[in-house]
Design a protein around this ligand. Structure first.
Ligand code: G3P
Ligand code: MG
Length: 250
């Protein structure tokens, strides 16, 4: 059995900044998550039409911004005009879509750690991985702890490895599809992040046996958290930043 490398990331990670308590993937969300005691955050990153990495979960703008249609079809000058806070509540009106650059500044200046989920517009997997990883490598130059890059899309992780091989990578799994283990190995992943319902003792043992870390998303109930902690998972991504923090946010 391989011995896992030292793991610098906190066990608790705030999903999209502050889960559902602030507009997801905005600086307001990271500030709220931090105020609840979190020191590590997950976010979703994709490319504008002119190739700038910014935060947005969905392929389209409709749910979480004042824009419509495919986000990856707009240049950053247009995306930067949108309101990404009003949908959540009037106290967040005018909140902008953040660039990865702005989020990196917030994380680095405050000593927080980031899990960048590469969330490509369909068809742009490899390019998104390449561009996001190259920029992250630049933005975190000299940092004690680099961002952890994750993706459901192996092509995105392959792109990331091509431009920034030293940044740690994790494969996200919503199902245990055929060959996932071999794919994670071939991509040089250091962790696998599964839907929390998939994680059990055998899977933790298999991941740890490969020298990888076992992480889970999105854990919002205390009984699930207790089960997963008892299994020895290394990271839990949660929306419940008000209920699992600050005492348990180590
Ligand atoms: O990175 C873990 C989690 O965020 C994956 O699912 O859809 O919330 O991005 P999703
Ligand atoms: Mg995500």
């Amino acid at each position: 059995m391989k011995r896992p490398a030292p793991w610098p990331y906190p066990r608790w990670v705030a999903h999209r900044g502050a889960g559902k308590l602030a507009p997801e993937n905005t600086l307001a969300a990271f500030r709220l998550g931090a105020s609840q005691g979190f020191r590590a955050f997950e976010c979703d990153v994709k490319l504008s039409a002119d190739g700038l990495p910014f935060l947005l979960h969905d392929d389209t703008l409709d749910r979480t911004t004042t824009g419509q249609g495919r986000a990856g079809d707009l240049a950053w000058t247009a995306l930067s005009q949108l309101d990404a806070g009003s949908w959540h509540g009037r106290q967040h009106a005018g909140e902008s879509l953040p660039t990865l650059r702005a989020v990196a500044a917030f994380m680095r200046r405050n000593g927080y750690l980031l899990n960048i989920e590469i969330k490509p517009t369909p068809g742009q997997e490899e390019e998104t991985g390449r561009v996001v990883a190259a920029l992250a490598d630049q933005l975190w130059a000299g940092a004690d702890v680099p961002p952890l890059l994750s993706s459901f899309r192996p092509d995105a992780l392959a792109g990331a490895r091509a431009t920034a091989p030293s940044l740690p990578r994790a494969l996200l799994l919503d199902t245990l599809w055929p060959d996932w283990f071999e794919v994670a190995a071939s991509l040089g992943c250091v962790a696998v992040v599964t839907n929390y319902r998939l994680m059990d003792a055998a899977l933790v043992e298999r991941l740890h046996g490969a020298g990888w870390r076992a992480m889970v998303y999105t854990v919002n109930e205390a009984d699930d958290a207790l089960r997963l902690l008892a299994l020895g998972v290394d990271g839990l991504i949660t929306d419940a930043v008000d209920r699992f923090a600050p005492a348990t946010a180590g």
